[in-house]
Design a protein. Structure first.
Length: 90
């Protein structure tokens, strides 16, 4: 299989399109909220687990050249970095 060269933004855009155009309806419910979803931006195949690591490894095992995008189900962001407001105010 020929390698596809995409920017980080292209990978994110394609994965989000897969998510919005079908995956969301399948996964955003009950116990999946807060879990991590890893999406192959080329195929739309995905996996869900607590950290995203197992799903990422599974998808890479199927396709070593996979362009993967990870996000938290039911949230706009997967991770947050920085100080809390309480620490800034103190």
């Amino acid at each position: 299989m020929q390698a596809i060269f995409w920017t980080v933004e292209e990978v994110a855009q394609r994965a989000r399109q897969f998510y919005e155009n079908g995956i969301r309806q399948e996964v955003e419910h009950g116990d999946n909220i807060g879990m991590m979803i890893v999406i192959d931006a080329e195929t739309g195949e995905y996996g869900i687990d607590k950290s995203g690591v197992e799903s990422g490894l599974m998808l890479k095992q199927k396709n070593p050249n996979a362009r993967l995008f990870t996000m938290r189900i039911g949230y706009d962001v997967a991770f947050s970095f920085g100080a809390s407001m309480e620490r800034i105010v103190e």
